[in-house]
Design a protein around this ligand. Structure first.
Ligand SMILES: C[S@@+](CC[C@H](N)C(=O)[O-])C[C@H]1O[C@@H](n2cnc3c(N)ncnc32)[C@H](O)[C@@H]1O
Length: 466
């Protein structure tokens, strides 16, 4: 289905309460869900403005075959979105016929309301909040290219490179076709909010990963050196796995687990596109991965990014701004799983460093989980004091919680996020010093569970784009 038809169908479904916006977008079978989601959100945000313009231009009276939801999406794209730029299919000539009148009606509406910007036409609740100001972060995949080459590519495409950001103000001031290098991560580019790069050739070729800055912190802080063995306990869809592989330079081993077969299939596609060759994906419950299994005897690094409420996710904040108290029962169940997973991860005998992260804003899923795990093994692990200049710290609910990092649109211009780095106090007795300082590069023998394991490079043939 074409983008505009898919967006109209989702919009109609939301208005007739057939499901949530997110559910309808994911159930639509439209391939680029992010693009579809963004278009429907924006059309919805401007809904009353679009209704007014369409009515005063007499569009539906003149074009009897044009359904109201499709009209709304098309007029949004024409007047407030990106324009049709070669798209629009059979609707483009129709819109061309009405373009002048629609533009004039929008201009008249602004004059009547005494405003000059489109956004000033929005009611209070639809005005963009901090979440919509978060820039587009783009991680350069160093397995395939380097920041310098990516910067040159964008410059050749007419983007203006502003150098390395030195403050949040530099990022806030980004506009138009300007972009920056992030102040913290040398492989992270920063573009103005709403820059859509989903169809960019470098993204399509796996040279770029569209990943929020906060979600780059876990792999960066885990910092496994090339050659090490790493567990990515809850890996799908695989953005952090591919970041880990880039840090490893594809040398060493990532054991990546996830329970969800569909999400694992997308992970395999993402990793293959990103050129990851050091990862073994397994459809497996991490809680059932045995720490005494010889395959994991050299695992010194674990990234644990478990399922969470997602309350910090930008898409959620844009769709349901200010949603109140979460369902307490669900929150308790999530926190219980997170605690079990963290405690389990800390039992891997050679483990030296672990990063725990969520995209949740709730203390129950963050500081409380970390505190409970540390209380279980107080002498063995401690919170590592990381990124002292990071402005947003863990809630002071226990001594040392300030070593945890939080992130939000308001404080760090990123999605809402939580990260804690736990490190072993002493080198474990089960791993010799030699083994600890020089991780073996040769992979362990392949596991027997052939049916459930696959190398990251072998994405399922049913996946598109392979
Ligand atoms: C927040 S997502 C992980 C995102 C991922 N780290 C990334 O950066 O792309 C959480 C994942 O945990 C998986 N999961 C939930 N319970 C699990 C379990 N017991 N074992 C392994 N994976 C699990 C979910 O299927 C989901 O894909």
């Amino acid at each position: 289905m074409a983008l505009y038809a898919a967006a109209a169908a989702v919009l109609a479904g939301v208005e007739s309460r057939q499901g949530s916006l997110r559910g309808l977008v994911y159930g639509s079978n439209f391939q680029n869900v992010k693009q579809l989601y963004a278009l429907v959100c924006e059309t919805q945000r401007y809904s009353t403005v679009l209704d007014a313009v369409i009515a005063s231009a007499g569009l539906l009276r003149a074009e009897k075959k044009l359904r109201p939801h499709l009209a709304k999406v098309l007029v949004y794209e024409l007047l407030l979105g990106r324009g049709f730029k070669g798209r629009g299919g059979r609707w483009k000539p129709l819109l061309d016929r009405h373009q002048a009148r629609l533009k004039a009606e929008l201009a008249r509406l602004k004059v009547r309301r005494g405003v000059s910007q489109n956004e000033d036409l929005l009611e209070g609740g639809s005005k963009p909040g901090p979440a919509s100001q978060v820039p587009r972060f783009v991680r350069v995949n160093t397995l395939k290219t380097c920041s310098e080459d990516a910067v040159d590519y964008f410059k050749r495409q007419g983007f203006s490179y502003q150098g390395r950001a030195s403050s949040l103000e530099d990022v806030r001031a980004l506009k138009g076709k300007c972009f920056l290098l992030d102040s913290l991560l040398p492989e992270l580019l920063v573009f103005p909010a709403r820059t859509d790069l989903h169809e960019h050739p470098l993204y399509q070729a796996g040279h770029l990963i569209l990943q929020d800055k906060a979600s780059c912190l876990p792999a960066m802080l885990l910092a496994p050196p090339p050659g090490s063995h790493v567990i990515d306990a809850c890996a799908a869809p695989g953005n952090k796995t591919s970041h880990l592989a880039a840090l490893l330079k594809n040398q060493g081993k990532i054991f990546a687990f996830d329970l969800d077969a569909r999400r694992l299939a997308s992970t395999a596609t993402l990793l293959a596109r990103a050129g990851v060759s050091c990862c073994e994906l397994a459809e497996q419950d991490f809680l059932e991965v045995s720490p005494s299994d010889q395959r994991y005897r050299q695992v010194q690094y674990i990234l644990l990014d478990p399922s969470c409420s997602g309350s910090g996710m930008l898409t959620r904040q844009l769709e349901e701004p200010g949603t109140g108290v979460p369902n307490q029962e669900r929150l308790r169940a999530l926190a219980a799983f997170q605690q079990r997973a963290l405690s389990h991860a800390l039992t891997f005998p050679a483990l030296r460093r672990l990063v725990y992260s969520t995209c949740s804003l709730y203390q129950e899923e963050n500081e409380d989980v970390v505190r409970a795990a540390l209380q279980q093994s107080p002498a063995a692990f401690r919170l590592a004091p990381v990124l002292p200049s990071w402005p947003h710290r863990g809630l002071g609910t226990f001594p040392g919680a300030e070593h945890c990092l939080r992130a939000s649109p308001e404080t760090t211009l990123t999605g809402g996020f939580f990260t804690a780095v736990l490190e072993r106090v002493e080198v474990p007795s089960s791993v010799s010093q030699a083994e600890a300082s020089a991780p073996e590069v040769t992979p362990n023998p392949a596991p027997k569970r052939k049916r459930r394991r696959r190398k990251a490079t072998a994405a399922p043939s049913s996946q598109p784009g392979m």
